[in-house]
Design a protein around this ligand. Structure first.
Ligand SMILES: Cc1ncc(COP(=O)(O)O)c(C=O)c1O
Length: 431
């Protein structure tokens, strides 16, 4: 691995100055410019090599520059680039809808719709749920992250940086208690909170959908407790409320299965997908019960670019790979290896309050001596790791969770090297 800290960075410095001059400063990001990427490795414009445990925030489950994805995109390039599916249909769109429907658990007919980003998928899921139920209310959870558009920003829980100064927010959104066992909020507490919300804020007969992430991502890599999704589904069914599982970050093999809800044995009415489904190209999707997905009048959902042919070509390969049991087995094995390394680390490093996650979607919550969220140590660890060539990232409403979204094609050597760096950095930073 390159000696990052002492490596000269003339190209980075030049591009960082350009970035400062031309890119709106509200977009975060360190001065780090990618030249090429492969598998779980990134090389920057100054020839520095990095091990990537973030994968473009969960987009590289199939590995950076996956050769099969690249070949499929190259083949599509020579045929046509854009049509607008609402105008001229094309087969790659159908392929992706079929594959996405296969990812949606449940013994019922499903249909799909394609869009461009995770937020756009969530927006459309809400539109469809409201249309179907003829109700306005949407219930979301504490610690949720669903995107940055008006509706999805409203659903998102973290005020800084996602909402500050950006209101007024979308109406008819209600936030229920989210389970967070490490912070003393159990499944029972969360279900009680939902019942209280139905008494204090909105009658369940006015609620169209409850949306939740089976593993909350930005909110701190919080897997829902085992019993929570099925209890939620029961309550929803009782009141004619739809369940939307947002699998934008937790889906597509991230937890070792096509969907994180596969771990819970529940079958959501509607699901949202994005990130790794495109193998690196922008695409997202909504899947759901066929009767729900078909409720909207012609033209009520759509968009210029949704399900772009290049993205569909890439997605067809990426999703097919995720549906392959061998891919899932190796993702689960990778998750188990990382989990045991992190659990071992937790025994040696006092600052680790909890290691949690599902399969290879893992987070490490850092706390101070009094057990309070330790954002400073988290930021310092992320920085120290970068200087040793490991890219990791924070998460959590309190910004005190290190999240691991390593490409699932990472080798055993990649994992060992990354874990060694993480251990060293945590020891250095926490003294
Ligand atoms: C669970 C979840 N939903 C929605 C989104 C928004 O996706 P996008 O950034 O593609 O709009 C994200 C992004 O991180 C996410 O993690």
């Amino acid at each position: 691995m390159t000696d990052i800290a002492n490596h000269p960075t003339p190209n980075t410095d030049r591009l960082a100055a350009e970035r400062d001059k031309y890119v709106a400063s509200g977009v975060i990001g360190r001065p780090f410019f990618v030249e090429r990427a492969e598998g779980a490795r990134i090389w920057d414009v100054d020839g520095r090599e990095f091990l990537d445990f973030v994968g473009g925030i969960g987009v590289a489950n199939n590995g950076h520059t996956n050769p099969d994805v690249v070949a499929a995109v190259k083949a599509q390039l020579d045929s046509y680039l854009h049509q607008c599916f609402s105008l001229h249909s094309y087969e790659p769109y159908l392929d992706v809808c079929r594959l996405l429907c296969e990812c949606h658990p449940g013994d019922f007919e499903k249909k799909a719709f394609l869009a461009n980003s995770g937020a756009e998928a969530v927006e459309n899921a809400i539109k469809i749920a409201r249309y179907f139920t003829k109700r306005d209310g949407i219930v979301c959870l504490d610690n949720a992250f669903h995107g940055r558009t008006l509706m999805t920003m409203t659903l998102t829980a973290k005020v800084r940086p996602y909402k500050l100064g950006m209101g007024p927010f979308a109406p008819e959104v209600y936030r229920a208690t989210g389970p967070y066992p490490f912070r003393g909020i159990s499944s029972d507490d969360a279900i009680d909170g939902l019942h209280r919300l139905f008494k204090n804020q909105v009658d369940p007969s006015n609620v169209a959908a409850i949306i939740y992430e089976p593993v909350q991502g930005e909110g701190g890599f919080l897997p829902m407790p085992d019993d929570y999704p099925s209890r939620l589904a029961e309550i929803a069914a009782e009141h004619g409320i739809l369940i939307i599982a947002d699998e934008v970050q937790s889906g597509m093999g991230r937890t070792g299965t096509p969907a994180a809800v596969d771990h819970y044995g529940v079958t959501p009415d509607i699901m949202t997908w994005a990130k790794s489904m495109g193998g690196g190209l922008p695409i997202s999707g909504v899947t759901g019960r066929a009767d729900i997905m078909d409720c909207v009048h012609k033209g009520g959902i759509g968009g210029t670019y949704g399900g772009n042919p290049l993205s569909c070509a890439a997605a067809k390969v990426a999703i097919t790979e995720v549906l392959d049991p061998n891919f899932q087995d190796s993702a689960k094995a990778l998750g188990a290896r990382m989990r045991s390394r992190l659990d071992g680390l937790a025994e040696r490093v006092d600052a680790i309050g909890e290691v949690r996650g599902l399969g290879p979607m893992l987070g490490v919550e850092l706390v101070d001596a009094d057990g309070r969220p330790d954002a400073a140590t988290t930021a310092a660890t992320v920085e120290a790791a970068f200087n040793k060539g490991l890219i990791i990232m924070g998460a959590g409403v309190d910004s005190n969770v290190i999240r691991v979204l390593v490409p699932l094609v990472a080798t055993e050597a990649d994992i060992e090297e990354g874990m060694n760096i993480l251990e060293q950095c945590l020891s250095d930073v926490t003294g």
